[in-house]
Ligand binder design. Structure first.
Ligand code: MIC
Ligand code: SF4
Length: 678
């Protein structure tokens, strides 16, 4: 039978022994929703999630990573306001040396951009402790974001478990107009599908419009597929992918990857690229889409270009073409963070960097920076146009700022005019805007260089420290600073629970709401007791105090739809766990967060009848009477509400697969794995 590309790669990686009950016949589509276990070829971590990942990996007790390739990146927490950041980096470097990983030093760039350039391989699987790991789908990988503990297990050779996703086909036709970017394609998908439209699904792009996109353009789309709640997104690997890998000096990594003729999709979305207009995600959600034309003229105070979504050479070139010969408008502050050292050096050789500096951009470090609230916070009530992927309230560092997510073209247009501007209405030359132009930019020919010169830049891996051989690795001593504390254990399994509801939250709570990032909080990523004090700070500033008043002896959190969207940070499970949260009861969950809760022994339950959400008030007591039965058999939970609105027994849906239920019983994934669980 004809298979989609995603199905082909997943099938080639199935670990049958780890999912013995799932019916699997090679070449036949696997039932959607079935529990599957896949072999992971590559892993990546970044510094903000990496320390916990490796602290967990150390406790699993495996002497060397068992993947084909594992990389530890430093890109998030690079502000180094005191000893903590650099202590973390030195810990990560020593762990990489001890356990056989590559180490990408601070300054080398954002994990997803560097991984695409230096390590990604079509047809392989990649698991990363960052929700934007699906960027790798731009070169035909199945690249999935997960919690750090899942990545630690994969590094130890364990399979990654997931429910077989639905596969949505996205057929692209036509070509983009000048002034419209690849970002506008994913914003259009978000407009149609919303931030929860992709839960349990993979988006597979194809068609002649897809073929005409370069690898960095494709990667913009697969990157921001994370905001759909999707498992991942993928493009075929074709001649354009080959050209990209050749310039990166890695032609041997290329293989052709495509769907079988006649493959069937669970749903088909069609987008005519020639009809697409510039779009923006308005405050405060990536799916609050409006056309730029409808909001044009609004005053802008800040422009930020970069992040793992839009920081490639393509993006910098598109910006340079618009700002060439002009200056940043007086009312605007503009910053640009190239995605990697390779990109930065290529931009310098191509004369692009000079144009940006001359126009007045503040050149920021090749790192996440403002995207994760590490500096460059907007002014009070500021209007900030960002080429990033998330605009949750407060994430920029300024609680009342209005952040719009836009393409580099739109950001550049606003930077010079001072107001939201449709770049398609501007007169400018962009020699790189066609596919051929972008490829000749990448190969250096557009800038009068030889492709060897560009390959020379790309293959200078001086900031990547390769793994040591086993003899050398065994001599390495792991360096731990005083802020690095062991990961606290998950709570032991309990057969019954009777606990108060300490928080009732609304729909679309993000992991930024549960555990914020930014300059104040990120330095505590290696210290759960300290970071837990910030838990739910954005929703209820007194949450910590309330948990403390109850002696951290146990509580329940109630939420609406899509609870835990956004970042993969486990700290959004670890913080609540440390403060005694034992159950999270919602209308629905985002995939990665739900898995993180299970991994740390917290029960994720959904309302069988969503209207029961209205029955519960903060301060009510909920009694779970059949946990033992539910976790053993998969039955639904019986929950007795004792509260302000009376007493009622309701059903809580149990959507945990058998392995997840066993993890809960074992007291979390680390304990489960140590006991030999697969
Ligand atoms: C993000 O974009 O929110 C982050 C920071 O990259 C996170 C990871 C983290 O919280 O460390 C993500 O997307 O997973
Ligand atoms: Fe970094 Fe932002 Fe990308 Fe997260 S979304 S990996 S913070 S650049």
């Amino acid at each position: 039978m004809a298979l989609t590309l995603a199905e082909k790669i997943l099938q080639a990686h199935i670990v049958k022994e780890a999912c013995p009950d799932t019916e699997f016949v090679p070449g036949i589509p696997i039932r959607r929703g079935a529990d599957i276990a896949i072999r992971i070829d590559q892993t990546l971590t970044q510094d903000a999630t990496g320390t916990m990942t490796y602290l967990q990996f150390e406790t699993i007790g495996i002497p060397r990573v068992k993947t084909e390739l594992s990389v530890s990146y430093v890109d998030h927490n690079t502000l180094q306001t005191d000893f903590r950041n650099m202590d973390d980096h030195r810990y990560l470097q020593s762990v990489a040396a001890k356990y056989g990983l590559y180490f990408s030093r601070a300054g080398n760039g954002i994990c997803h951009q560097v991984h695409l350039e230096r390590f990604g391989k079509p047809g392989k699987t990649l698991l990363g402790s960052d929700s934007h790991t699906p960027t790798g789908g731009g070169i035909g990988m199945i690249a999935i974001g997960a919690g750090g503990l899942d990545v630690a297990v994969a590094m130890g050779g364990g399979a990654f478990h997931l429910a077989m996703p639905k596969i949505y086909g996205v057929k692209l036709t036509g070509t983009l107009k000048k002034g419209v970017g690849a970002k506008d394609i994913i914003l259009e998908v978000l407009r149609r599908e919303t931030v929860k439209g992709g839960v349990g699904a993979i988006y597979e792009y194809f068609g002649e419009g897809a073929q005409a996109l370069t690898v960095p353009q494709r990667a913009t789309i697969t990157n921001m597929g994370a905001e759909l709640g999707a498992t991942c997104s993928i493009f075929p690997s074709d001649e354009t992918t080959k050209a990209f890998l050749e310039v990166m000096g890695r032609s041997e990594a290329w293989t052709e990857q495509k769907a079988d003729e006649g493959a069937q999709y669970d749903k088909l979305i069609e987008i005519d690229l020639s009809a697409l207009q510039p779009l923006a995600a308005q405050p405060h959600s990536p799916d609050a889409i409006a056309s730029i034309a409808s909001i044009a003229g609004k005053k802008v105070t800040q422009v930020c270009i970069g992040s793992c979504t839009n920081s490639s050479l393509d993006d910098l070139a598109a910006v340079a073409a618009i700002v060439k010969g002009k200056h940043i408008a007086p009312g605007v502050e503009a910053g640009i963070a190239p995605g990697s050292r390779t990109t930065l050096l290529m931009a310098e050789k191509a004369g692009i960097l000079g144009e940006l500096i001359r126009a007045g951009f503040r050149i920021l470090e090749s790192a996440c920076g403002p995207c994760i609230g590490m500096g460059f916070a907007p002014n009070t009530e500021g209007v900030s146009l960002r080429t990033f992927n998330r605009n949750f309230k407060g994430r920029s560092g300024t609680a009342d700022a209005n952040v719009y997510l836009v393409s580099p073209e739109t950001a550049a247009a606003a930077a010079i005019t001072g107001v939201i501007t449709d770049a398609t209405t501007l007169q400018y030359e962009d020699p790189s805007y066609t596919t051929e132009g972008r490829i000749s930019l990448l190969t250096g020919t557009l800038a009068g260089l030889s492709s060897q010169a560009i390959t020379g830049i790309a293959t200078d891996d001086g900031m990547l420290i390769p793994p040591l051989d086993e003899a050398e690795a065994s001599k390495v001593e792991i360096l731990r600073g005083p802020n690095i504390k062991p990961c606290p254990p998950a709570p032991a399994f309990e057969e019954k629970l009777k606990l108060p509801v300490l928080l009732k939250a609304a729909d679309n709570v993000s992991t930024d709401d549960i555990m914020p990032a930014g300059t104040k909080v990120l330095p505590f990523r290696s210290n759960i007791p300290e970071i837990s004090k910030f838990t739910f700070e954005r929703i209820d500033a007194d949450f910590y105090k309330k948990a403390e008043a109850g002696n951290f002896s146990g509580c329940i959190v109630v939420g609406g739809e899509n609870y835990g969207q956004g970042s993969s940070r486990e700290h959004a499970a670890l913080g609540p766990m440390y403060l005694g949260v034992r159950v999270v009861l919602t209308k629905s969950f985002a995939r990665i967060h739900q898995a993180n809760l299970i991994n740390y022994g917290i029960l994720p339950i959904t309302f069988a009848n969503p209207d029961d959400y209205d029955m519960i008030s903060e301060g009510d007591t909920l009694e779970l009477t059949n946990i033992e039965e539910a976790v053993t058999t998969g039955a639904d939970f019986d929950i007795v509400i004792n509260g302000a609105k009376g007493t009622k027994t309701i059903k809580g849906k149990n959507s945990m697969a058998e392995r997840s239920r066993n993890i809960i019983k074992a007291g979390g994934l680390a304990a489960y794995t140590r006991a030999g669980g697969q």
